[in-house]
Design a protein around this ligand. Structure first.
Ligand SMILES: Cc1cc2nc3c(=O)[nH]c(=O)nc-3n(C[C@H](O)[C@H](O)[C@H](O)COP(=O)(O)O)c2cc1C
Length: 394
């Protein structure tokens, strides 16, 4: 596809996704909670960190490989768990998992995927698969889901902690976004301008593939209703301990912004802590992920890995996160835009862009191996003082 070949950066993939997706679905991906202060800060704070290159270094051979929770990843990058990927492109989870396998990076399947645990593992044999778990009210369902994930080769359990209830996402309220999408005059008029998406949707439809029909209650529901009916807001660290024990393999916690929570997770045996504010989709006004990272990396003290997501849009963002103490980054929207724009080839493009940008930046920074990235690549003083500037533009 010519347009895909001409995409110079991830932002171009977002533009293509916007053209192909119905408005409400594009906004579901794009949007955040509240006034989207945190959503904007996730990207803006990366832009405020300066890089300090060295010259006169042999950079003829460069290395981008990095261990991510025991997997030798081709890049310090993996695909974040994202719900409903199959709504953005037919069989979107399978496409993304295959693209991750091709690029040699891990893929994390969401509890709220369209494709099931079984369908994704069958479509992407040999990929490094992780399974993301939301605390469910139904203990039997939890046991079955974890057993299915284990039996189908998912290696790491990613326990997401920052969604006891869903954040208040104004765009979704204004767009009356429900699953399955409702047929109304405005949605039909909008869909008529998006024939490629409609054709895929009519062939494949949408459902929450990891749940059985009777558990979903039938009919249309907002994502907030779906979460409220199935997820357990009563879960705590004791629940984390119990889930980790049931799982029996490597596990990570996702959604940590406070150093003390990172310490607790490490004390319970987490292999990694994911510094994340859910892409600005939960509580508006919390710190950007990159600004929360240094204190958490300091609290973890190398006893577990530290991953980061939120606002990662280019290779230099990944290197800035590594410089401030992360081992790797997860990407959410960056791959969903590629997926929505062009399916599997679009996710290939996202990962190729990030890989090329990381490689290019290593050469231009004078640090040929990603393993040697540290605070030395930042302008003197390292990260700016992030605390001063969160503001509501009204
Ligand atoms: C459309 C969408 C759906 C998401 N669904 C989930 C999910 O099901 N489980 C989860 O743990 N995080 C979910 N997230 C959060 C991502 O895992 C990740 O934290 C976030 O996208 C990172 O920010 P970024 O999009 O700026 O990269 C979702 C994010 C988006 C954009």
């Amino acid at each position: 596809m010519k347009t895909l070949r001409r995409a110079a950066e991830i932002r171009d993939l977002r533009r293509l996704a916007r053209r192909r997706l119905p408005h409400a679905i594009f906004e579901f991906i794009d949007g955040g909670a509240g006034r989207e202060i945190t959503l904007r800060a996730n990207e803006d704070d990366f832009a405020r960190i300066g890089l300090s290159p060295r010259v006169g270094v042999d950079v003829a051979t460069r290395r981008t490989r990095r261990d991510i929770v025991g997997f030798d990843s081709a890049l310090p990058v993996m695909l974040a768990p994202t719900g409903l990927a199959g709504l953005y492109w037919p069989q979107g989870e399978q496409a993304a998992a295959r693209a991750a396998r091709r690029a040699g990076v891990p893929f994390c399947l969401s509890t709220n995927s369209v494709a099931s645990i079984e369908e994704v593992s069958a479509a992407a044999t040999g990929a490094d698969l992780w399974f993301q778990y939301y605390f469910l009210k139904d203990e039997g369902l939890t046991d079955r889901m974890l057993a299915r994930a284990r039996a189908h080769g998912y290696r790491v359990l990613c326990i997401t902690l920052d969604l006891p209830v869903q954040g208040r996402r104004h765009r979704d309220v204004r767009n009356a976004f429900v699953v399955p999408p409702k047929v109304t005059l405005p949605t039909v008029l909008d869909a008529l301008r998006r024939p490629s998406w409609v054709a895929g949707y009519l062939r494949h439809g949408v459902s929450f593939g990891n749940f059985e029909t009777h558990q979903l209650g039938g009919g249309f529901s907002t994502i907030a209703q779906h979460i409220a009916s199935l997820c357990d807001a009563g879960a705590d660290w004791e629940t984390v301990r119990r889930i980790a024990e049931k799982w029996g393999g490597p596990w990570v916690v996702k959604g940590v912004l406070h150093p003390e929570d990172a310490r607790i997770a490490v004390g319970l045996g987490a292999s990694a802590v994911v510094v994340s504010n859910h892409g600005g989709r939960q509580l508006d006004g919390v710190p950007s992920a990159i600004s929360a990272l240094p204190a958490i990396a300091a609290a973890v003290e190398g006893r577990a890995q530290v991953l980061l997501d939120g606002g990662v849009r280019r290779g230099t963002d990944v290197l800035k996160a590594l410089a401030l103490g992360a081992d790797a980054c997860m990407i959410g929207r960056a791959f969903l835009w590629g997926l929505a724009a062009a399916g599997e080839a679009g996710v290939d493009k996202t990962l190729a862009l990030l890989g090329d940008e990381i490689d290019n930046a290593l050469a231009l920074l004078g640090v040929p191996d990603v393993a040697a990235i540290g605070p030395q690549i930042l302008t003197p003083g390292g990260a700016p003082d992030f605390s001063a500037k969160m503001r509501d533009p009204a």
